[in-house]
Design a protein around this ligand. Structure first.
Ligand code: CP
Length: 311
């Protein structure tokens, strides 16, 4: 693996390799001393042009627990706020001799462009409405562990609903690509106004009726309603949205035994997910957060491990 730009680029073997190594990394996560020497001497830059809690923190922890040097550069507080371009910013960071860049940017395609400009490994940490591949990998990891606890086979054949604001969701796009590669049965559930054009070509089921599908799924993956990307207005209204598409207490009760809930975070509690659902025993939301560190350790190792150290 040279870069990680899109979940659609990953084969079954590559996904399995990342998830299997993440299991070993998760063991490190539970140790009192969380340090492996695997990336000693390597330098990773987290370059974030959009806000983040989970992704940036977990990439920083992942790099540090593998003994890499990690620095964080945010648009706020950097020369980006003085008008420096994306190209000049990434070429400047690359010229310092870093080994990899983790990039989050509001423009779809920005990490791919940075990889082409610099030639150094780039990990897409979320680009516009395009993709968020490490989110899909950590979701697959958390779901796989859940299914295995229930003595199920892996994700192949699991029925997974992705619910809500599909139009603005890079998480949905990466999950569709990854889950389909792994053989899961994916159903998108959303109001017609939050389904992107072309969704009928994604190779998934589509529904506008959450109540018709909620009792049949193994996983309900609730998406954040991205109000910050809705400059043209907000429809349905928040109240209508919750009534039609929120994971309410009643819908939680309708889920089948053994079914589980995911949400990539941050959550709009009371809008797309009720507190009952977010905090339910069947919620995998904190498992997803924990998986984020192990999976990102695995991704960094796949990109940077095994290369000869220069002394
Ligand atoms: N899921 C996710 O990307 O969260 P952050 O925006 O907090 O990184």
């Amino acid at each position: 693996m040279k870069n990680l730009l899109s979940a659609a680029d990953l084969s079954v073997a590559e996904i399995d390799s990342v998830l299997d190594l993440a299991e070993e990394m998760a063991e490190v996560q539970s140790r009192p001393i969380k340090k492996l020497p695997a990336l000693r001497g390597r330098t990773v830059v987290n370059l974030f042009f959009e806000d983040s809690t989970r992704t940036r923190s977990s990439f920083e922890l992942a790099g540090k627990w593998l003994s890499a040097d990690v620095i964080n550069v945010s648009a706020k507080g950097s020369s980006v706020s003085k008008g420096e371009s994306l190209r000049d910013t990434v070429l400047t960071i690359a010229a310092m001799g870093v080994d990899a860049m983790v990039i989050r940017h509001p423009a779809s395609g920005a990490p791919a462009q940075a990889a082409a400009w610099t030639g150094i490994p780039v990990i897409n940490a979320g680009d516009g409405t395009h993709e968020h591949p490490t989110q899909a990998l950590l979701d697959a990891y958390a779901i796989r562990n859940h299914l295995r606890r229930g003595n199920h086979d892996d994700l192949a054949g699991a029925r997974i609903a992705i619910v809500g604001d599909i139009t603005h969701s890079r998480v949905a796009r990466s999950n569709v690509a990854l889950l389909r590669t792994l053989g899961a049965q994916v159903i998108m559930v959303a109001p017609p106004t939050l389904l992107p054009s072309g969704v009928d070509t994604w190779g998934v089921e589509i529904s506008n009726d959450l109540d018709a599908v909620i009792d049949s799924v193994d996983i309900a993956m609730m998406l954040r309603v991205q109000r910050e990307r809705m400059s043209g207005g907000y429809f349905p209204t928040p109240r209508e949205y919750t009534v039609g598409y929120g994971l309410t207490r009643e819908r939680l009760a309708a889920m089948k035994p053994g079914a589980a809930i995911c949400h990539p975070g941050p959550m709009n509690r009371g809008l797309e997910i009720s507190a009952d659902a977010a905090d339910a025993a069947s919620s995998l939301i904190l498992d997803q957060v924990a998986a984020g560190v192990a999976v990102r350790m695995s991704v960094l190792y796949h990109l940077l491990g095994g290369e000869e150290e220069t002394t």
